[in-house]
Design a protein around this ligand. Structure first.
Ligand SMILES: Nc1nc2c(c(=O)[nH]1)N[C@H]1C(S)=C(S)[C@@H](COP(=O)(O)OP(=O)(O)OC[C@H]3O[C@@H](n4cnc5c(N)ncnc54)[C@H](O)[C@@H]3O)O[C@H]1N2
Ligand code: MOO
Length: 419
């Protein structure tokens, strides 16, 4: 991948912005190539990780013939003489004689020799204590391998581990899973004009990204410790380089906010040059957020770390998260490239010339339509707080009502935007 990058020192202040889709593919590929080695995690700690190997079942599922009802395991024709009882969790003796039965509990192993299972509610007792009744035609037990055969692949490597996956892994015999650990991220907020408390005033704005970006990063499956959120970092090159070095010691990914341009106190590019970083992407042909960047550092021992430069305008920073950071993290976790869902535009959305336009939209999930929201300036967060994601208007096009367009979703949780 080294050929795809250019050293920070080499690139001039006005590099050619990368096409938005190409930038996404490139950062994903570079992330995948740098995915950290697999680790073993107990099932109870595996949620949110990613399968490093396919999940193959260790036994047939179910592993033994299992009664699905409470009733009677019967052999031959009835009425049947009761010769015992089998509860879940034991290996029963075979039923060897026609006309005999054992009482059986749901989940118990069906004795060898059983020809049918009769539900308790379908059974009666004869005056002399025999069991009588007519078994239902549908089988009342689960056959071994009905759900899966031993050794069968149930889920591919790269599958995000969620509670359903954890339950499946437990049911087919796993105590631990080999997973990719969650990437560790840090955040440096640049701009010592920023206020970290109270209302904005006197030319100073509140830092809106220090509190929000770590929460977005965690939703993308990163670990971000509170101590790894630092800022505002003083507006000097030395302070920027020092803060980056410290953050890079532990993190796989350091996100920075602000300073992506080339103003008098924009020190990100010179800092990357000082650290010997390569650009994976240096500016993207997207509005808003074009100054976004992703740089890579490779240690002498081959350890790879990334710096994602998020523009200072708050909505632009989020555009950079969904555009570059999300595919990078998918790659680092060994997950597939995120597939973008599509929606039908309910209203026209203008294009942005030869740049991709990411336009905040609210989705009507039932109808599959996307409504542009208001208050969407790159310095604003009001529109974002009511949006589900960004409609993608490709370069040199305008979005007309009725057009099907890709949507980059925000990593929202169930229940959010339900109002
Ligand atoms: N001469 C040019 N100037 C600018 C251009 C351009 O093309 N030519 N592009 C503009 C665009 S687009 C963006 S985006 C910004 C990117 O600037 P930086 O990443 O260098 O960010 P700053 O200059 O530090 O800040 C920009 C803006 O955002 C506010 N800000 C910064 N950090 C935060 C924060 N944590 N929370 C809330 N608001 C923040 C800051 O006060 C500025 O208003 O450059 C344009 N300039
Ligand atoms: O690209 Mo800037 O991010 O338009 O505000």
């Amino acid at each position: 991948m080294r050929t795809e990058t250019a050293s920070a020192a080499d690139q001039a202040a006005a590099p050619r912005p990368a096409d938005w889709e190409q930038a996404r593919s490139r950062v994903y590929a570079v992330g995948l190539a740098a995915a950290p080695p697999a680790v073993e995690r107990p099932l109870a700690e595996a949620d949110g990780h990613t399968l490093a190997e396919p999940l193959t079942t260790r036994t047939d599922l179910p592993a033994f013939p299992t009664s699905s009802v409470d009733g009677w395991a019967l052999r031959g024709a009835g009425p049947w003489r009761v010769v015992g009882r089998v509860l879940a969790g034991t290996t029963p003796a075979p039923l060897t004689e026609d006309g005999t039965t054992v009482e059986i509990a749901t989940g118990a192993m069906v004795p060898e020799g059983t020809s049918a299972v009769l539900r308790v509610e379908d059974s009666t007792r004869t005056p002399d204590g025999l069991v009588d009744g007519v078994p239902r035609t549908a089988p009342e037990w689960r056959r071994p391998g009905e759900e899966a055969s031993a050794g069968e692949e149930l889920l591919p490597a790269g599958t995000p581990v969620d509670p359903a996956v954890i339950g499946l892994a437990a049911s087919c015999g796993y105590d631990t899973l080999r997973v990719r650990r969650q990437p560790r991220a840090a955040l440096l907020v640049f701009g010592d004009e920023l206020l970290t408390a109270g209302p904005p005033a006197a030319g100073r704005v509140r830092d809106a990204l220090g509190p929000a970006v770590p929460a977005w990063l965690r939703r993308y499956g990163c670990q971000v410790r509170p101590a790894d959120v630092v800022g505002p970092v003083a507006d000097t090159l030395a302070a920027h380089v020092a803060a980056l070095r410290t953050a890079l010691a532990d993190a796989d990914l350091v996100c920075t906010t602000g300073g992506t341009m080339h103003g008098p106190v924009d020190h990100l590019h010179p800092s990357l040059a000082a650290l010997g970083a390569d650009y994976v992407v240096n500016t993207v042909a997207v509005r808003p957020g074009f100054p976004m960047l992703l740089a890579r550092l490779v240690d002498a021992d081959g350890r790879v770390r990334f710096v994602a430069g998020l523009p200072g305008n708050p909505q632009s920073a989020v555009v950079a998260l969904v555009s570059l950071v999300a595919p990078l993290l998918a790659g680092l976790a060994g997950r597939p490239m995120p597939v973008l869902p599509h929606a039908t535009l309910a209203e026209p959305v203008p294009g942005r010339g030869d740049y991709t336009h990411l336009a905040l939209v609210r989705l009507d999930r039932v109808a599959g339509t996307a409504y542009p929201v208001r208050h969407v300036g790159s310095a604003m967060l009001r529109g974002l707080s009511g949006a589900d994601g960004f409609a993608v208007i490709r370069p040199d096009t305008n979005g007309a009502a009725g057009d099907r367009v890709p949507v980059v979703p925000l990593p929202l949780l169930p229940g959010e935007r339900a109002w």
